[in-house]
Design a protein around this ligand. Structure first.
Ligand SMILES: [Fe+2]
Length: 395
């Protein structure tokens, strides 16, 4: 029994130590910090996480009083006792994240949904098509058979959004919003994959197409990225904001060239649109990386007030400023969702709390997309996502 307790203490210390680093990494990637610093920090995280089990075993020693040989907690040195206590407390946010993921993420206001999953690479019939889907950039993660980067999930989510202009009436046909995020053109997947995405959006026949940032991770691909998204302009009005990855490059050049193609940027400003029976106020925010804060809603006559914000962390502002619906990305759904633990890495001040899906805070509804691409092409149990939100307004 004493052996078991000793091993549990060691395992909990390693898990808790890793979680504390994850907590710090998640928060640091939610802030306006340059990528060179973040890269150094991630290297430090990798070294700390990988070396800690060795250091811990070295500290506990090989004698009969060592934890793994049946020694008790009180028999350890004062330093090791303190280290164990500090690291084991890291299991608290880890367990809270697991509980939230497994039991507290099914919103009651989502009244139906449907999902179609496509294996884009598998559907390609010729070598030429397969190469177009794979793209010119090769990454070691592509060798992993469970990697989902060449899949696409098309989700339709019917939601009822609290809107003060709704007056309890839901007689209008639902508003269909195509929400895409985090395209991350980097050369993997290739243009063939993005062409498939564009075809899927076209088939959805949305009323509005909304992109919530992270267009580019390779500046040379900007003209091709813009070209492949251009046909969507004939499907529905297209609006965008940029994300933190765009901010790393010449983001004003990305913005101006994308806008010149016909997509409309709403960063730091709002626009009132007439879409079918709906009058919509649409605004955008790229905070905390660039551009001004989202504008406070002043127009009370619109059916729906929508904020595009790359980071879901802006939801407190969105709620305070009077928005009914906020669309976000940035967190990529965690990219890797472990079977028991759920998602671990999520670049947000709130960790994995808003990693993906639908949330309601007060009267405001938020949809966080898992996104389409990623700078590091690796996804597991976290399929790339295109979402059609079928929105009805009421209160
Ligand atoms: Fe992203």
């Amino acid at each position: 029994m004493q052996h078991l307790i000793g091993w549990l203490l060691l395992i909990a210390s390693i898990a808790g130590h890793t979680e504390w680093w994850v907590v710090i990494v998640n928060r640091s990637h939610a802030l306006r910090i340059r990528s060179t610093r973040l890269r150094k920090f991630r290297t430090l995280h990798d070294l700390a996480v990988l070396s800690y089990p060795v250091i811990l075993l070295w500290l506990t020693g090989t004698g009969p009083k060592s934890l793994w040989r049946g020694g008790s907690f009180s028999e350890q040195s004062f330093f090791l006792q303190c280290l164990l206590i500090v690291t084991i407390t890291g299991c608290i946010p880890l367990i809270l994240g697991m509980v939230r993921w497994h039991w507290i993420r099914h919103p009651q206001f989502k009244h139906s949904d449907s999902t179609t999953r496509h294996d884009v690479l598998g559907q390609a019939s010729t070598d030429e098509e397969r190469n177009a889907v794979r793209g010119p950039r090769r990454h070691v993660s592509q060798l992993w058979p469970w990697n989902e980067i060449f899949h696409l999930e098309v989700n339709t989510k019917a939601i009822r959004v609290n809107s003060s202009a709704g007056n309890g009436k839901t007689t209008k046909a639902p508003l269909r919003l195509a929400h895409i995020s985090d395209l991350h053109f980097i050369g993997c997947p290739g243009l063939g994959y993005y062409q498939f995405l564009v075809n899927q959006i076209t088939e959805l026949q949305p009323d509005l197409i909304l992109f919530t940032g992270d267009l580019i991770d390779e500046m040379e691909l900007l003209p091709e990225a813009i070209d492949i998204l251009r046909p969507l302009l004939s499907v529905a009005p297209c609006y965008f904001i940029l994300g933190n990855h765009d901010w790393k490059y010449e983001h004003e050049q990305i913005r101006s060239q994308f806008a010149a193609s016909g997509w409309r940027c709403v960063t730091g400003r709002s626009e009132i649109l007439r879409v079918g029976e709906y009058q919509i106020l649409l605004a955008g925010s790229e905070q905390p990386w660039t551009g001004p804060a989202p504008p406070v809603v002043r127009d009370a006559g619109c059916d729906l007030r929508v904020l595009l914000s790359h980071s879901p962390d802006q939801h407190l502002l969105a709620k305070r400023f009077g928005y009914d619906l906020m669309l976000s990305g940035h967190t990529h759904g965690g990219q890797v969702v472990l079977p028991l633990f759920g998602p671990i890495y999520s670049p947000s001040l709130f960790g994995v709390s808003y990693v993906s899906g639908l949330f309601r805070r007060g009267n405001m509804t938020m949809h966080v997309s898992r996104g389409v691409g990623a700078k590091d092409p690796m996804r597991w149990r976290c399929c790339p996502e295109l979402t059609c939100l079928e929105v009805t307004c009421g209160n």
